[in-house]
Design a protein around this ligand. Structure first.
Ligand code: FES
Length: 377
């Protein structure tokens, strides 16, 4: 280990590679530095300053997410100065906008001082849709901070609910910019950006139009990146609580890319879909179909049994009856007209294994090479 490639974090001497940030070195060594605006895969902006650390000899606290590791650095991640700074930032965020973490209908005597404060400021009974799944809430509890001490700011912009997928609640936005980076740097859709200035600042789509009238393709990457309740899935707003769901990893079946996704299951139903972090090929990203197109799974309109057409109309049949019928028709056609009168269309939506079986069935059983796929099947 050469001195030129080591630094010290909280007294531990650690190796680093050229180009790594302090945050990356810390995380690789299981040292927790809280972040809000940092988004993996995007250029660090250092906007929220919650990740500040104390570096010996530096004139001010440095944002760990945006500071390159340098040989010989001595870093403290939870020094009194660091904690004081993080508390102040959190206080400012909590006093700005609507951060109502109060549990609706709970006994007042059970509420923490923090909850009472935000409830009083907000004057709303509405439970935040991401209660229990909010980075700002986590940090407020971790550092025991409320919005007290600062005059609360009013919400300037109304909630946007006019598209079928995403609710934009500007009153809960902390302007961390993760949604902008997710849209521009990760998905490269360039549909949203920061707009206006100072207290009027807002995340806008082009011309400050609703998302539905913008270049937004509703991939939902912004929703997944939002660390608070400013962007939430419209369908399940208020219907799910993170602690009531379990995640099941699966492969998206909409196309052949094989994106990895986590199904969030509540009461045996899929209630939400998110991209699986750190998994190829999509590295956490999804498209609109993968993220929002899951209602068909529990649709009452799905076929429950095979249908056989007789005299112009369908009747339900058992699988045995349907398969016997198909087998006998295929055999008759092959015996009468030869194998090449038959063909099989399979689908990009099924798994590799299912397509492999279809291939074997076509070539080895039907004895023809007439097999293709249709992306829409
Ligand atoms: Fe580093 Fe926001 S996480 S500045």
């Amino acid at each position: 280990m050469s001195d030129a490639q080591t630094l010290t974090i909280n007294g531990h001497q650690l190796e680093f590679e050229a180009g790594e940030t302090l945050l990356e070195v810390a995380r690789r060594n299981s040292i927790d530095i809280p972040t809000l605006c940092h988004l993996k895969g995007a250029t660090p902006t250092g906007a929220c300053r919650i990740c500040v650390v104390e570096v010996a000899g530096a004139r001010s606290l440095l944002a760990a997410c945006a500071t390159p590791a340098t040989a010989g650095m001595e870093v403290q991640t939870e020094s009194p100065k660091v904690v004081e700074s993080r508390k102040l930032i959190l206080q400012l965020m909590l006093s700005s906008g609507n951060h109502n973490c109060a549990v609706r209908g709970s006994d007042d005597s059970d509420w923490t001082r923090f909850q009472l404060q935000v409830h009083g400021d907000d004057g709303s009974d509405e439970l935040c849709p991401v209660w229990g799944d909010c980075r700002l809430q986590d940090l407020a509890y971790r550092y025991q901070v409320s919005g007290e001490g600062f005059t609360g700011t009013e919400t300037r912009y109304p909630m946007e609910t006019v598209n079928p997928f995403i609710v934009r609640d500007f009153s809960r936005c902390i302007q961390c910019g993760r949604c902008v980076q997710a849209c521009n740097d990760i998905q490269v859709n360039n549909a949203i950006s920061f707009g206006y200035r100072g207290p009027a600042s807002k995340i806008i789509a082009a011309g400050d139009r609703p998302l539905k009238d913008s270049d937004c393709v509703f991939c939902g990457e912004c929703v997944q990146a939002c660390p608070v309740g400013a962007l939430v899935e419209k369908d399940v707003r208020y219907d799910i609580r993170q602690w009531n769901t379990k995640k099941v990893r699966t492969t998206c079946s909409y196309c052949g890319v094989g994106c990895q996704m986590d199904l969030h299951i509540q009461d045996n139903q899929i209630v939400k879909v998110s991209g699986t972090d750190d998994a190829v090929p999509n590295d956490g990203s999804l498209c609109v179909k993968g993220r929002f197109g899951f209602n068909f799974v529990a649709s009452g309109e799905r076929l429950q049994a095979p249908l056989i057409k007789e005299n112009g109309s369908f009747r339900a049949a058992s699988w045995d009856e349907a398969l016997d019928l198909v087998a006998s028709r295929l055999k008759t056609l092959r015996d009468t007209h030869g194998s090449d009168c038959l063909g099989v269309l399979t689908s990009a939506r099924v798994s590799n294994e299912e397509n492999y079986i279809a291939n074997k069935f076509t070539r080895a059983v039907l004895n023809t090479n007439n097999i293709d796929h249709c992306a829409r099947l």
